[in-house]
Design a protein around this ligand. Structure first.
Ligand SMILES: Cc1cc2nc3c(=O)[nH]c(=O)nc-3n(C[C@H](O)[C@H](O)[C@H](O)COP(=O)(O)OP(=O)(O)OC[C@H]3O[C@@H](n4cnc5c(N)ncnc54)[C@H](O)[C@@H]3O)c2cc1C
Ligand SMILES: NC(=O)c1ccc[n+]([C@@H]2O[C@H](COP(=O)([O-])OP(=O)(O)OC[C@H]3O[C@@H](n4cnc5c(N)ncnc54)[C@H](OP(=O)(O)O)[C@@H]3O)[C@@H](O)[C@H]2O)c1
Length: 247
């Protein structure tokens, strides 16, 4: 059972139709980059809560989430209607093990996101761990359309801070966009075009891969990685990939 604490919406940004960032001020406990909180509203007598990755780095407040509206979903249409000053419930203690806490050092960290899974990596990338453990970090953001690409200023600040140790690769699947790869992450991996574009290979010796977002993407990429000899990372059995499924 969650211990719920009251919080206030302090900021809201609509990136495009149905795609939002929201900030909250509330007494949430400390967390590790990669963890999530639950956000809840009382709807017709029931407390309806869902997990959301934290976008802000652990050392910064307010807490921030990044989500898309699921029109038939119980929570998101109401969540997206909130405005600064409105109240929500947050789980006091963040949870989840999609962190770099027990991951072993290697040459390249590959962060693969579909849709709103970008958010969890923005927290990780603004914490010290990836830069202590890896020589370089590649972030791939797979979206349907160019309008789904977001957090440009945050990404530019990370790039400015880390120079050629950081590479951001947008991958757009439903239109051709200058400066972005075209296609799904899975197809770009199978064709070798993602690695050719970055100039690095994904293999068990040099890489750790984090996968977050769409469950079908995660399932298919796992097959590709395991064919190449990468194994799922476990706390007591180090491997080369970790996953977190949103839907
Ligand atoms: C550990 C964890 C972390 C998560 N973090 C985030 C996050 O940072 N941002 C975020 O947007 N979502 C995140 N999610 C999904 C989120 O918890 C909700 O499921 C989602 O926001 C929809 O809520 P809902 O109540 O409107 O619909 P739900 O009742 O949760 O879902 C209704 C239906 O929509 C599907 N669905 C759920 N999420 C999506 C989606 N994003 N796009 C399309 N279909 C979806 C579900 O599979 C289900 O079939 C996370 C889920 C988990 C398990
Ligand atoms: N901007 C938004 O993110 C936004 C805003 C409002 C509402 N929504 C709604 O939210 C839902 C989710 O949309 P989304 O765009 O965030 O997420 P999504 O459907 O998971 O799509 C994100 C990316 O993942 C790709 N993908 C899907 N299945 C895959 C698989 N099996 N393997 C590899 N890649 C795969 C998609 O490619 P394909 O294009 O080939 O499917 C797309 O490039 C949709 O119902 C959408 O209408 C989204």
């Amino acid at each position: 059972m969650s211990d719920w604490v009251k919080a206030k919406v302090t900021g809201k940004h609509a990136w495009t139709d149905g795609l939002y960032s929201m900030q909250f001020e509330g007494p949430v406990a400390d967390f590790k980059a990669g963890q999530y909180i639950k956000v809840a509203l009382d709807i017709e007598g029931d407390r309806v809560g869902r997990p959301y990755s934290l976008v802000n780095p652990p050392q910064e407040r307010p807490v921030e989430i990044y989500f898309n509206e699921v029109p038939e979903g119980p929570l998101t249409p109401r969540l997206s209607d909130l405005n600064p000053g409105d109240e929500v419930w947050l789980s006091e203690k963040p949870g989840g093990i999609f962190t770099l806490e027990t991951v072993e050092s290697a040459e390249t960290l590959w962060l693969l996101a579909t849709g709103t899974a970008l958010g969890v990596y923005l927290s990780i990338l603004r914490s010290p761990e990836p830069w202590d453990l890896f020589r370089r970090v590649v972030l791939v953001h797979g979206v349907r359309q160019a309008t789904d690409l977001s957090y440009g200023e945050t990404l530019a600040a990370i790039a400015q801070r880390h120079g050629d140790r950081f590479r951001f690769v947008p991958a757009v699947s439903r239109e051709s966009v200058p400066g972005a790869l075209s296609g799904r992450i899975t197809d770009l991996l199978t064709a070798g075009s993602l690695e050719a574009h970055v100039g690095a290979t994904i293999d068990p010796r040099s890489s750790h891969v984090m996968l977050c977002g769409n469950s079908a993407m995660i399932k298919d990429v796992k097959v590709i990685l395991e064919e190449r000899g990468l194994a799922r990372h476990k706390r007591h059995a180090p491997g080369q990939y970790t996953t977190e499924q949103y839907h």
